[in-house]
Ligand binder design. Structure first.
Ligand SMILES: NC(=O)c1ccc[n+]([C@@H]2O[C@H](COP(=O)([O-])OP(=O)(O)OC[C@H]3O[C@@H](n4cnc5c(N)ncnc54)[C@H](O)[C@@H]3O)[C@@H](O)[C@H]2O)c1
Length: 322
């Protein structure tokens, strides 16, 4: 979707962090931007910022888990801007660190409700509206690098994000032949207040009881024993250097929309983890010759099982010019 000027983007979680970075990048590209978020004060601040910059924005307070409210928000966006062209499913939360079996059912309901079902709600509400007007469009969902290569202790989060990647791959397949594209945005670490915000937006009924601590305390770090005596720790790096800014994330998303990328990545340092995962999967196939009859069936009648063209369409973007 090359031409974004005058088109409308609907950005969930658009009032802070990465969503705000995406919203700003859409504004810079000349789009009308709907800032859909739970937190009204931040929505107001964001819309004010857009006004000062001379960008076009409209704020809507929306909980992406509320299906009726989502339909009303889409109606409102269409009343204000006419049509929605780009949906950015970015609202997301986290629930801290634990073994998968130690998370509470409240953790499970909260995180899957926002990170997975909330995105399906967006797709079900807005994709038919984009297809109905027939102009070019695009859907981006914010997954995470940790949906590709999992992070120990963050199992629930990784599971929702892995689900989002599969959802966007499926959506891209379903949209083949239309003027609408789909991307899974898989950022590495970005400078935001994600953990604190996730606590803030957690509904009262899904808060854990004080007694239901998900994670047992970590074991004490061994110091000064026979193994560590004499060990000199390397100087600590400045960990903030690992983070990219929400603005950079936003520009990468807008470039991905223009390019029609299936995957939008941020940190090239993580390419190795993708390759490790793919390598493990490839190595795990049985070392047996292919069955010629099955090859014939799959290649001639179920081609999508052996080669889905959405994967071949992905090309490599060059460096980002900020
Ligand atoms: N920060 C990172 O390092 C990082 C890395 C990879 C992926 N992500 C993903 O990026 C997305 C944005 O996170 P962020 O880091 O910018 O944090 P953030 O907390 O600043 O952004 C999340 C936004 O979503 C909103 N939100 C939460 N629940 C909502 C709901 N039910 N309905 C509507 N809005 C809701 C919040 O109010 C907030 O504005 C999330 O999906 C997150 O999983 C973040």
């Amino acid at each position: 979707m090359q031409n974004l000027q005058g088109k409308t983007a609907f950005v969930t979680g658009g009032a802070s962090g990465i969503g705000l970075g995406i919203a700003k990048a859409c504004g810079r590209a000349g789009m009308n931007v709907v800032i859909a978020d739970l937190r009204q004060a931040l929505i107001d601040e964001t819309v004010k910022w857009f006004g000062e910059k001379g960008y076009s924005a409209h704020g809507i307070r929306l909980d992406v888990t509320n299906r009726e409210a989502y339909a009303k928000a889409a109606d409102e966006a269409e009343r204000v801007f006419g049509k929605i062209h780009v949906l950015v499913n970015n609202a997301g939360v986290e629930v801290g660190s634990a073994k998968l079996w130690d998370f509470t059912y409240k953790d499970i309901d909260f995180i899957t409700g926002v990170n997975f079902l909330g995105i399906l709600n967006g797709i079900k509400t807005i994709v038919p509206r984009i297809l109905a007007h027939g102009e070019e469009g695009h859907v981006v969902s914010t997954a995470s690098m940790s949906g590709v290569s999992v992070v120990p202790g963050a199992g629930l989060y990784c599971a929702t994000k892995g689900g989002v990647i599969a959802m966007m791959e499926t959506l891209a397949s379903d949209l083949t032949g239309t003027a609408v594209g789909a991307s899974a945005f898989c950022p590495g670490p970005v400078q935001t207040n994600f953990a604190a915000n996730s606590t803030q937006v957690r509904p009262e009924g899904l808060k854990n009881d004080a007694s239901a601590a998900a994670a047992p305390p970590p074991p004490p770090t061994p110091t000064g024993d026979s193994h560590t005596a004499g060990f000199v720790a390397p100087p600590m790096p400045d960990f903030s250097k690992a983070l990219i800014s929400p603005e950079e994330a936003g520009e990468r998303v807008v470039r991905g929309i223009r390019r029609g990328d299936l995957y939008i990545m941020t940190h090239p340092e993580f390419a190795g983890s993708v390759s490790a995962k793919n390598g493990a999967m490839l190595r795990s196939f049985p070392d047996e010759p292919s069955d010629p009859e099955r090859v014939n069936i799959f290649e001639n009648f179920f081609t999508f099982l052996t080669k889905n063209p959405i994967y071949d369409a992905q090309t490599t973007p060059g460096p980002l010019e900020l």
